[in-house]
Design a protein around this ligand. Structure first.
Ligand SMILES: [Zn+2]
Length: 407
């Protein structure tokens, strides 16, 4: 009497979108019923042995909670057979699929994929399975390319793909963007505030303090502000291919934790496929001035007094030095040089926000040296003053330990 488990997954692949979890499960249940009739053995399916992954985009195979439960239960001998509708449902690509198959087979579980008529009990199971999953992967890549080409075509005609950006709404007839009169003023405010010298974080705080939120009711974050300031949609242009989905393999060689990430392509202008496709919220001059500032901010010279305020002073608890690092939005961090070089397996010290640690260190050093107002120490001299007072600041997962020079 084989005890069956069912595995179903919502996929982010375009190919299989729109096919519900319920459908996958009832399909598998039906197959179990048919096998019962055909073989004369009772193929049982318990509800507790139904595993559903809600397809959290970008989650790696090993981290999916239901995959873990499936494998745990397989090891505990809770079932004999795993049923799933098709290999494209089982795993995202050939590598993931093989890892899953081998793990389940090692637990002594029989694996059946219904669409491909695959059954691990037959000969050459791994070989046949690999062919099937490679075909499934090729098919899904082909579909993805087709969808991308269609979207590019649409973008070239000035039509908008996906949800409209903040400040716009989608015109269902023209498929182009129309200005949303309620939300557009906030966008102009953001560009204006940035040109007046406010940073992303400050702008977000100003808007939130005013009680303004995004159209979807989310609070403003520095990430959102950064995206808005660099989005060419606001001057009326349609861009395509600014972002790309890739499978990222972390540098510490943890192959199993690879996941899909969104990366930004380097040349923003190359991605503009239709100019003046819809009404602008921000004029080109303003947008260009903002773009120039964004570049400046990103490329701020490492010799600038601010960029290096704590370099040479800040050490990671692993013994490496902490060096400055800008993320894609221009936010400055200090990170462990050992981790940057050898990966997270070497050291897992999180990045620390440069503004946070710098203001903390200045405050502590001032208190230690009885300096009333550190602002009186002129910008360039702040660094030499700190080096005069402090021997070392050690960073250990959010804790800072200050070692002072003997006075
Ligand atoms: Zn470290």
């Amino acid at each position: 009497m084989p005890r069956c488990a069912i595995y179903a997954r919502v996929s982010d692949d375009v190919q299989v979108k729109g096919e519900s979890i319920e459908h996958q499960i009832s399909f598998c249940q039906e197959i179990a019923r048919r096998r019962t009739v055909e073989t004369g053995e009772t193929w049982t399916v318990a509800d507790s042995l139904t595993y559903v992954d809600e397809g959290i985009t970008g989650t790696s195979l090993v981290k999916r909670a239901e995959v873990q439960r499936l494998i745990r239960d397989a090891r505990a001998d809770r079932f004999d057979v795993v049923l799933f509708k098709g290999i494209s449902r089982f795993a995202r690509d050939t590598v993931d699929a093989l890892i899953m198959l081998r793990t389940l087979l090692a637990c002594g579980v029989r694996v059946i994929s219904i669409e491909e008529n695959f059954d691990s009990q037959r000969d050459q199971a791994e070989f046949v399975f690999t062919i099937h999953s490679a075909l499934a992967q090729a098919e899904s890549e082909k579909t993805a390319i087709r969808v991308r080409m269609g979207a590019l075509q649409k973008a070239r005609q000035g039509k908008w793909n996906g949800p409209p950006p903040e400040g716009y709404r989608l015109n269902p007839l023209t498929k182009r963007l129309d200005i949303d009169p309620d939300a557009a003023p906030v966008i102009r405010d953001i560009f204006d505030l940035y040109l007046r010298g406010y940073g992303f974080r400050k702008i977000a705080r100003i808007l939130n303090d005013r009680g303004q939120s995004t159209k979807q009711g989310h609070p403003w974050t520095q990430r959102r502000i950064g995206r808005i300031l660099s989005n060419p949609a606001y001057v009326g242009d349609v861009a395509y291919g600014r972002r790309e989905r890739k499978i990222a393999v972390p540098d510490d060689g943890e192959l199993l934790s690879r996941r899909k990430t969104t990366v930004w392509v380097k040349n923003r202008d190359a991605a503009i496929v239709c100019r003046d496709a819809h009404p602008a919220i921000v004029d080109r001059d303003t947008f260009e001035r903002v773009a120039a500032r964004l570049v400046q901010r990103r490329e701020r010279s490492p010799n600038g007094s601010k960029a290096q305020l704590l370099s040479g002073l800040l050490a990671c608890s692993c013994g490496s030095s902490m060096v400055t690092h800008y993320n894609a939005h221009g936010t400055r961090y200090y990170r462990c040089a050992g981790r940057a070089k050898h990966g997270r397996a070497f050291c897992n010290q999180p990045f620390v926000r440069a503004d946070d640690v710098e203001s903390f260190v200045v405050r502590e050093a001032s208190a230690h040296a009885h300096v009333q107002d550190p602002a009186n120490i002129a910008g360039g001299d702040m660094r030499s003053w700190l080096q005069h007072v402090i021997q070392r600041v050690t960073v250990d997962h959010g804790e800072f330990q200050m070692t002072y020079r003997p006075s």
